[in-house]
Design a binder for this molecule. Structure first.
Ligand code: ZN
Length: 328
């Protein structure tokens, strides 16, 4: 079996591959792990492999008509359980509909495949309905389930499925995955984000594609909020969009100065001019001394932006100093 677009987790791949090639894939597989590790990518790969017409070693080949239909989401023997728009979880009615669907003869593949994503959002009655199918699965049908943690799924479902746990990627695997998935992306930006993502490719992709549509005020508020956050990485992440945007960063710092001055005013009992909840938070979280030092530090930052050519070094300095200033 092949795993295009899925990275790391060698033991999981080996186990799936061996079972698939021996024709002994369990009828129910539960993939668990935090969001962003590739559970749904892997579940879809297994579903495609089950309908692919190429040899088991090459499946899913990606080019046969069955693979192409599966990739387009239109294969007649693969169904994805739809989450209810109200609760966000898969409803009992949806489980019953799929139970009837799975019991029918496959249209063209050797068997039908049903995918259930985000089992942790599924209510107990719906899980019980699913359990009924797993207890007496229709012949040749495979159920592929994903959840953040198997503990959020009925133990009776757990015992009827093979549970596979996805792990974060090693730094090397994450780098390779990022450069493959985001070919053409700035390598320096990828390298800067790598240590912040805890081996989670989904998180890295999210940071790389984050929209820069926020106003300067909103971005300034985001940086000041990150300054107070318990996680050091939060501030580093918030500065990533400015790596190649020196002028924009300068603009944000000026906005931060306004917010900092407003926080100082609030602290001294004067009314707020900007009415920002972030100024309010600053005036309450920082000591008087820290507050008074903030506008000066931001002034120093503006001067450094004007003098310093290397944004990477500048942003690193900025994050460390800002956190220190806030006593973090
Ligand atoms: Zn194929």
């Amino acid at each position: 079996m092949q795993f295009p677009g899925f990275y790391g987790n060698l033991a999981v791949r080996d186990s799936l591959s061996a079972a698939f090639q021996a024709g002994r894939l369990p009828h129910a597989i539960l993939l668990q792990g935090e969001d962003g590790l590739g559970k749904s990518v892997l579940a879809k790969l297994v579903a495609r492999a089950l309908v692919c017409t190429a040899s088991p070693e090459k499946a899913p080949c990606g080019v046969c008509p069955a693979c192409r239909r599966a990739l387009a989401g239109s294969h007649p023997d693969i169904a994805v359980a739809q989450a209810s728009t109200k609760s966000g979880g898969i409803s009992i009615e949806e489980v019953r509909r799929l139970r009837l669907w799975a019991a029918q003869k496959p249209s063209e593949a050797p068997g039908r495949v049903v995918l259930f994503f985000h089992m942790e959002k599924m209510q107990i009655p719906a899980q019980n309905a699913l359990l009924k199918i797993l207890e007496e699965p229709p012949l040749g049908v495979h159920f592929l389930l994903t959840c953040s943690s198997a503990a959020s799924v009925l133990s009776t479902i757990q015992s009827r499925a093979q549970i596979l746990t996805l792990s974060p990627l090693s730094p090397d695997d994450l780098r390779q995955a990022a450069l493959e998935q985001h070919a053409g992306e700035d390598v320096e930006k990828v390298e800067r984000l790598l240590p912040l993502c805890g081996g989670n490719l989904g998180k890295l992709s999210q940071l790389l594609t984050e929209k820069q549509g926020q106003s300067a005020r909103e971005q300034a508020e985001k940086l000041l909020t990150a300054m107070l956050a318990p996680r050091e990485a939060e501030l580093m992440e918030a500065t990533v969009p400015f790596l190649k945007e020196k002028a924009r960063f300068r603009e944000i710092i000026l906005q931060m100065q306004w917010l900092a001055r407003d926080a100082c005013a609030l602290r001294m009992g004067a009314p707020s001019l900007l009415g920002s909840p972030v100024s309010q938070a600053l005036s309450q979280s920082l000591t008087r001394k820290q507050l008074m030092a903030l506008p000066d530090f931001l002034e120093e930052t503006v001067q450094n932006v004007d003098q310093n050519g290397n944004m990477n070094l500048l942003l690193t300095w900025f994050c460390a100093r800002l956190r220190a200033l806030a006593g973090q």
